[in-house]
Design a protein around this ligand. Structure first.
Ligand code: SF4
Length: 372
C-alpha cells in the first residue's frame, strides 16, 4: 500500500473517525485555533479535532454573518449549522482574530453543543501575559474536569506532553524529507499529513508517521519536483490549491501557516510543572498573525526559506482575513530582501475564481523558471 494514502484517507473520513470514537464511549472536542492546548483534552481522555470547513456553498451561515466575514470561519460555521459536526461533545475557541472571536458567539447561540469554552489568549508575550495565560489554561482544565467529570492529573498531562512532542518530532522529520531535490514527499502530501494529525488520535498518527519514515525512500513514485516554493498565509484546510501549484511546475517544500509548521514546530518542555510548561509553549510558539510578534514570525519564515532552499514564495490570503492581510506587505518585503520572487494571492474558501488563480500561479512559476 502507498505509505502516503492513509493520511489523505484520515482527512477524508475525519467525521467517521470522530463518530467511531463516540461508539467507544469517548468524547470528541472540536477546536478552531492552534493556540488551544490539545494536551489537556487528550489528558481528559477525549479526542481533540480541528474543525475544518468544506468547499460547499455557505447559504446557511450567510443568513447570520456579515458579507465581510472571512470565508474559512464562515465555512466552519456553515458546516456546523448543517449538522456535519453534530457528534461534537464540545467546542473550544480561543481569542485570536476578530472573525474567530465573533463567530464563537454565533456558535454559542446557534449550535446546540453540550460544552463550549473560550480561552482568552493574550496577543503579546510579556510576563503579565504569560501569568494571565497560565490562569486561562488552569481555568480551561477546571472547566473540562467539571464538564466531563474527570480529573486531569499531572501524570496524564505528562503523558500527553510526551505523545504530542513525539508527534511534533516526527512531523519535523517528515518536513526534512523536503530538503532533498526533488523532495521525497510533495507539498500536497505534507499538508495532508499535518491536517490528518489534527483530526485523529496522536498515537495512531505517530505509528503512521513512524511507518512512513521507514518506508518512504522505497516509495514507487517520487514527487517530480519543480520550482522550490515556500507557501505562507491564512489557514489552509484542504489541498486543492497546492494541487494546482504542483500541477503547473511548483514544488512546495516549506510553509509558514497554522496548518503547517506553526502548528507543530515548538515542543513542550517535558521538565517542570506540566500545566506551566504547556501554557508557556503555546504562548511562545511560532506566532500566528494575530500576535504582535511580527519579527519572530517573519524570522521563522526566513529560516524556513533557508532550511529548505526555497526559490520563490506564494502568500495565500483568504479574503477578509485581516490579520494576514496586514502582515502581507511586510512579509513580502522580508522575502524580497532575501532575493525571492513573491506572488500574493487572495482566495475564497469555496475556491470560486479558481481558473483565474490557476492562470496567475502558472504565470508566476513560469516566470521564476520552472517550466521548460
Ligand atoms: S483565516 Fe484569518 S480571519 Fe479567518 S479565522 Fe483564520 S486568521 Fe481569522
Amino acid at each position: 500500500m502507498n505509505v502516503l494514502s492513509p493520511f489523505r484517507n484520515l482527512v477524508l473520513t475525519r467525521h467517521d473517525i470522530a463518530k467511531s470514537w463516540k461508539t467507544k464511549g469517548k468524547h470528541v472536542i472540536g477546536w478552531s485555533c492552534t493556540y488551544t492546548p490539545e494536551e489537556l483534552i487528550y489528558a481528559a481522555n477525549a479526542l481533540p479535532v480541528m474543525v475544518f470547513g468544506d468547499l460547499e456553498s455557505t447559504k446557511l451561515a450567510d443568513i447570520y454573518l456579515p458579507i465581510n466575514t472571512c470565508s474559512f470561519a464562515r465555512s466552519c460555521f456553515n458546516s456546523s449549522l448543517k449538522g456535519d459536526n453534530d457528534y461534537l461533545d464540545g467546542f473550544v475557541a480561543s481569542s485570536s482574530c476578530d472573525n474567530r472571536n465573533k463567530i464563537f458567539d454565533m456558535w454559542r447561540y446557534h449550535i446546540k453543543i453540550p460544552y463550549i469554552h473560550f480561552i482568552n489568549t493574550p496577543h503579546t508575550r510579556t510576563e503579565r501575559a504569560h501569568n494571565f495565560f497560565y490562569e486561562e489554561i488552569l481555568r480551561f482544565k477546571t472547566s473540562l474536569e467539571k464538564a466531563f467529570g474527570k480529573t486531569i492529573s499531572d501524570v496524564a498531562l505528562k503523558n500527553a506532553i510526551q505523545v504530542y512532542n513525539e508527534n511534533r518530532l516526527f512531523l519535523k522529520k517528515v518536513y526534512d524529507l523536503r530538503m532533498n531535490d526533488p523532495p521525497l514527499i510533495s507539498g500536497v502530501e505534507a499538508l495532508e499529513i499535518v491536517l490528518s494529525s489534527m483530526v485523529t488520535s496522536k498515537e495512531e498518527h505517530n505509528q503512521l508517521l513512524n511507518h512512513l519514515l521507514t518506508e518512504v525512500s522505497n516509495r514507487a513514485e517520487m514527487p517530480k519536483g519543480g520550482v522550490r516554493l515556500l507557501v505562507s498565509g491564512s489557514v489552509m484546510d484542504n489541498s486543492e490549491l497546492l494541487k494546482i501549484v504542483e500541477a503547473v511546475g511548483g514544488s512546495v517544500v516549506a510553509d509558514d501557516w497554522c496548518t503547517g509548521s506553526r502548528y507543530f514546530w515548538d515542543l513542550v518542555d517535558s521538565d517542570g510543572d506540566p500545566l506551566h510548561t504547556i501554557a508557556e509553549r503555546y504562548l511562545n510558539k511560532i506566532p500566528s498573525s494575530f500576535m504582535l510578534e511580527g519579527e519572530e514570525r517573519f524570522g521563522h519564515t526566513t529560516e524556513m526559506t533557508k532550511r529548505f532552499d526555497v526559490e520563490a514564495a506564494i502568500i495565500f490570503v483568504l479574503k477578509f482575513c485581516d490579520t494576514h492581510m496586514f502582515d502581507a506587505p511586510q512579509l513580502m518585503e522580508e522575502l524580497k530582501a532575501l532575493g525571492l520572487p513573491v506572488l500574493y494571492l487572495e482566495w475564497e474558501h469555496s475556491l470560486s475564481g479558481l481558473a483565474q488563480l490557476k492562470t496567475r500561479i502558472e504565470a508566476f512559476i513560469e516566470m521564476v523558471g520552472g517550466v521548460e
